[in-house]
Design a protein around this ligand. Sequence first.
Ligand SMILES: [Zn+2]
Length: 254
Amino acid sequence: MIDTHSHIYSEDFDTDRAETVQRARKAGVEQIILPNCDSSTLPQMLALQAKYPGYCHAAIGLHPTSVKADYEAELAMVRAELMFNKYVAVGEIGIDLYWDKTFLDQQIKAFQLQIEWALEYKLPVIIHVRDSFNETMNALAPYRNRGLKGVFHSFTGTVDEAREIITFGGFYLGINGIVTFKNSGLAAVVADIDLKHILLETDSPYLTPAPHRGKRNESAYVSLVCSKLAEIYNCTPAQIDEQTTLNAKSLFSI
Ligand SMILES: [Zn+2]
């Protein structure tokens, strides 16, 4: 399995990061993608990638909740990193209207600029959408048929929204522990989507799958998402693993 979205570089793992990686390997996690948030998370993320080359892969981007008054300086950091370091994706980027709508215009601007850079560097994008599906699709509209590819990370939308994303072309849906939450309704939506559009992720340390809900999430628990998908698609976890690993390798060129 590949955990395509994990923040195990965060301070939540400062006391047991090596054991966390060990548990992931033992659970069958073959590789982990680390999406960036902003300049404050960059050093820890790069340190983790340096410690586990070929296993932990960093992405670079400015997270929408980190788009504040200083966003231009943050974007300059992203630009410099793209020029001087190697990354597997631009992310995470997108629009988040759940926490704060103050910087919506700046969020859109930062999102679109980083999409331009992803196209320039031929990298996929990792998109964060929260309470902003329409705004996100509107911001993406100018990039239709321009070879843009990526993932809608932590997808929690409707079947219609999933179809809209798939019709746009080039995009996968990242599915995490939310699919194990009985009240989420996500399992029924996922059942209607072809597995060739799905990626596994955890979003560690958040969104811990059942039966560990409420505790810290970690990459090893991606196996619980895999098992849940096997239940939904009426197949074996090995088959889910095989197809989603293929999807992740193809998207991130890893
Ligand atoms: Zn994230």
